[in-house]
Design a protein around this ligand. Structure first.
Ligand code: ADP
Ligand code: ASP
Ligand code: MG
Length: 610
């Protein structure tokens, strides 16, 4: 018998009528022959109200007690839904996270799932009950109630589907539906941009990047589970029967368009550490201090040093700035550096698996922003993502401009006629699911452990750096246009705003194009800002570490920087995303860095290109 996990978000259980509607859906799914597990969130704004309640008592409530309080929201929902199912003649049994055996680590308010026992669920399902589970919560090994972070009920739902599939003995017959207040995943938040379009399909990687870049429609960690454990997920409306959006393994036809969506994080903060010694181990010290406190560092732009000093720029969520500065101030003092922060910034990220094959994507994005006269304070790129940091007051205009520039207001591509839905849902899986991949699983000591699947070294790239570029709208666009005009494909881009309002811009190009790229950059820089300097470096190696959910697992970058620092290998450029972290090192150290990272992540059996 198939198992269907249905998750209802806060608005979908906000009123008695909606709880009854959710109950009817669950019963209908059961009558259609499924065993049904329902995950529910707290009703309406309950979680916000509970947070406000705690703040009335004290400024910084102890995290353990916060979790004790927050978990009550979901507990109300499960009991009410079970009652509704009974009132409609069905059978249901409700469980808290702890009762159903969701064991997490002890990081209160952002705990990670370690294991889930399927025994109690299977027993209740076999007895013909609908199983109702409180989302967003678990219990740690010491018996304390924990919560998974805002929006975490999605993660509970997909994690339950994953564990039932792999340990509950249901294999391919497990589905997961996320019922919410929109009828699917859109090209951007339809509340912000009404012309946004619904997608029929989106790949795991794209959804992961969009969610972690601000698209709150899914909790990004839920997509890590979906990808790691092969669970196709459908996001759909709780208020209608319209088909929603399938989140599935990536397929060739999904790369037809360069981009699938744009996301925004309105409240970011930019931190600049200026005048840090340009030596191995410095980034490690900075980022490991932050990672230890579970602060997710987002965009990282490390400028090329001069006079033995470098600038490290990065962003953190605005809400975490205070804590980040508390950690950074003493650290900066000990490094002889200064630390400054800007709070009025927002991040716009363009995402698309199509970036793997399309060229000129960054150039097109920068052109859209330049035509709106919007300045980019920072730029970072990932495998399938480009993020820019802009002034908060420009953010909405930037979002709309980028959305339009990629034609995202037009109807989205449909499933090609020759492709069958069944094949998409059970598509040949990524390397994570090969023999090699299964081997990787077995080494996971807990369900949310980071899974590193591959590490590669690329030595045929060169780097162009434009330093001390005047920080005015359009400058980056002009440079990338000049490079694109010469038919040169740009790979990694990092731009950092240094002290004194001057920007440092670095990007990588194929080594065979390095001289031409330099000439193009020099020519345009002479026109737009003669005081800026252009340099080219053919002596670089790029290391790519692939995995799932790498940015939010603060430990990965820390481990990576730590291992390189230990070998005295200097990191010159860094790019982070959920599916890939890449670093640029000196070419002569490339092989050694590759070996070192493979050892660190226990991937010694791989050979380059495998
Ligand atoms: P739930 O309570 O059901 O979990 P959320 O509020 O967490 O619902 O998520 C749904 C909301 O996500 C939508 O109402 C929408 O405003 C927002 N959203 C943000 N980005 C997107 C997007 N790309 N597509 C659809 N909805 C989005
Ligand atoms: N109730 C929690 C929140 O509001 C979890 C969730 O809704 O997913 O964040
Ligand atoms: Mg949500």
């Amino acid at each position: 018998m198939a198992v269907l996990v249905q998750k209802f978000g806060g608005t979908s259980v906000a009123t008695a009528e909606r709880i009854h509607a959710a109950a009817r859906r669950a019963i209908k799914a059961q009558q259609a022959g499924n065993q049904v597990v329902v995950v529910v969130s707290a009703r309406g704004d309950t979680t916000d109200e509970l947070i406000a309640m705690a703040r009335e008592i004290c400024d910084q409530p102890p995290p353990r007690e916060m979790d004790m309080l927050l978990a009550t929201g979901e507990q109300i929902s499960i009991a009410l839904l079970a009652m509704a199912i009974h009132s409609l003649g069905g059978t249901a049994v409700s469980f808290t996270g702890a009762q159903v055996g969701i064991v997490t680590d002890s990081t209160h308010t952002k705990a990670r799932i370690k294991s889930i026992s399927t025994a109690r669920m299977r027993q209740a399902l076999a007895a013909g009950s609908i199983v109702i589970v409180a989302g967003f919560q678990g219990i740690d090994e010491a018996g304390n109630i924990t919560t998974l972070g805002r929006g975490g009920s999605d993660t509970t739902a997909v994690a339950l589907a994953a564990v039932l599939k792999h340990e509950g003995g249901y294999r391919d017959d497990v589905g997961c539906e996320i019922y919410t207040d929109v009828d699917g995943v859109y090209t951007t938040d339809p509340r912000l941009v009404p012309e946004a379009q619904k997608m029929d399909f989106i790949s795991y990687d794209e959804m992961l990047e969009l969610a972690s870049a601000g698209a709150a429609v899914m909790h990004s960690r839920s997509i890590e589970f979906a990808k790691k454990y092969d669970v196709p997920v459908m996001v759909r409306s709780a208020f209608s029967d319209v088909e929603g959006t399938w989140i599935v393994p990536e397929q060739d036809w999904m790369r037809q368009e360069p981009a699938c969506g744009v996301a925004i994080v309105k409240d970011e903060a930019r931190v600049l550490l200026d005048g840090v010694p340009d030596q191995p181990g410095v980034s490690h010290r900075v980022f490991s201090a932050l990672a230890e406190r579970n602060i997710v560092v987002d965009m990282i732009a490390q400028g090329l040093g001069s006079d033995g000093k470098a600038a490290i720029g990065f962003t953190v969520p605005k809400a975490e700035l205070r804590e980040a500065l508390k950690i950074l101030q003493p650290l900066a003092a000990s490094l002889g550096a200064t630390v400054t922060a800007a709070e009025d910034v927002s991040k716009i990220s363009l995402v698309g698996a199509g970036m793997r094959t399309h060229t000129g994507v960054a150039e097109r994005m920068f052109a859209a922003l330049a035509s709106e006269k919007i300045n980019m304070q920072m730029i970072t790129t990932g495998d399938i993502k480009i993020s820019v940091l802009v002034d908060r007051q420009d953010a909405m205009r930037a979002l709309r401009a980028v959305h339009r520039a990629f034609g995202l207001h037009r109807e989205r591509p449909k499933l090609p006629q020759a492709v069958k839905l069944e094949d998409v849902l059970h598509a040949a899986q990524s390397s994570l699911h090969s023999e090699n991949g299964r081997d990787l699983y077995r080494r996971l000591s807990s369900m949310e452990d980071i899974l590193i699947s591959d590490i590669r070294l690329v030595s045929d790239y060169g780097q162009i750096t434009v330093s001390h570029l005047a920080d005015v709208p359009g400058n980056c666009h002009h440079i990338f246009q000049a490079v694109a005009d010469a038919g040169i494909n740009v790979d990694m881009i990092v731009q950092n705003l240094g002290a004194g309002g001057r920007a440092d811009l670095s990007f990588s190009v194929p080594q065979s194009d390095l001289t031409l790229a330099r000439q193009q950059a020099e020519k345009i820089v002479r026109e737009i800002d003669p005081s800026a300097r252009v340099s080219a470096d053919s002596d670089i190696a790029v290391l790519f570490v692939f995995g799932v959910g790498m940015r939010t697992h603060t430990g990965v970058a820390r481990k990576m920087f730590g291992a390189l620092a230990e070998r005295q290998i200097n990191i010159r450029m860094i790019n982070t995303s959920e599916v890939c972290i890449s670093v640029v090192v000196e070419q002569t150290r490339g092989r050694e860095a590759l070996e070192c990272l493979r050892q660190t992540f226990e991937l010694n059996h791989l050979t380059n290109g495998q």
